[in-house]
Design a protein around this ligand. Sequence first.
Ligand code: ZN
Length: 458
Amino acid sequence: MPDDCEGPAKDVAHWTDFQSVRGDRNVGEAMHSLASQIYPICRSITGDGVRETLRILGERVPYQVSEVPSGTAVFDWTVPQEWNINDAYILDASGKRIVDFADCNLHVVSYSTPVRTTLSLQELKQHIFTLPDAPDVIPYRTSYYSPFWGFCMAHRQLEALADGTYEAVIESSLEDGSLTYGEYVHPGQSSEEILLSAHICHPSLANDNCSGLALLTELARRLQSIKTRYTYRILLAPGTIGAITWLARNEERTEKIRAGLVMSCVGDAAQLSYKQSRRGTALIDRAMAHIFEHKSLGARIEEFSPYGYDERQYCSPGFNLPVGLLQRSRFGTFPEYHTSGDNLEFLSPSHLADSFDTIVDLLNILDNDRRLINLAPKCEPQLGRRGLYASVGGDSEAPKRNMAMLWVLNQSDGDHTLLDIAERSALPFQTIAAAASSLERAGLLREIESRPNQINSV
Ligand code: ZN
């Protein structure tokens, strides 16, 4: 057996190269185009809209689709009846459609019970939602868990309605059926998993929904071309009830989740915003802070709170998974949120691409963080003799690379991971990881354990 210190290391397959996954010029356009394809579909927490969305996304990536019957108990919840809708409109006294589901699916309160009734303007107003402070946009409303029917419209249009009789028609159905979610699994060397998730239950809302679905699908497509250490699970499930259903059916699997990220609102012009996991100091929390420090000027980090998207379920105390939330504009804080103003013009390919690259940088850290030990720890090894010391004048990156090697050698005492070293040296993780890879190849470092155990590290 040759000594590990001699010659190039035989096995340097520890390095997962995410560069080929990172966005090229086309990635933003590809995501915007995919978001445009699924934007018109009327999705809800159950029903054909979710299936149709998964069918379109499934043309890019083979999502595995699960159907969970109505009535299935999932922790403290029950999978609801399935909701579908064919048509909905309001007719004025002359028979003219003044509100039409075919024009915009936000016009109907999601999960509206079927109705066909004639009523006065005053009575109709009991079933109409508007935004007086934003009189030109249509709000988005739902009534999942209490039977109701209603319409949403621009406040300015409501104010212009004349007294008289109106006919309200909603051709919907609420029947036993199933809840649908989709998963794509990219298998890695390890069965330990990174969970990436977005909700798939909003109708025509671009940033708050379509952006996350498009990003994850493009990411899944590109992951297919590389070998990773971790297994990556991409989960597209209806908000709240979908995540709860998945957790109820996959409780054992959650023990394998080493990190997770929920995403939504990833295509608008605001700076990135990351909400920490409930743990606050999990590897994913540290990795995102590191990325923001080095590349995302103005990006914000928020502490965990038990409100938001499906991180609420993943971070409930019975699971306490290391799952954070990535957004650009934060939900509930931008004027277009949950209105017809959240449309395709609100998304830009360049901001989608920036979100995409940030997530790839995150996966790069998660997949490549490891602990190595210096095999020549007594004084500095001679780097020049091994061709490692970059001394060529004019190479502006050379001093940084040299510093990274010195930091890696000095800190690789068995106690520190590469992310620890990147944090302490204030050098980007990628620079530290590349230096470690060179030193490993030269036989100066060896990985000493497969992975820091992030479950027990906090
Ligand atoms: Zn929403």
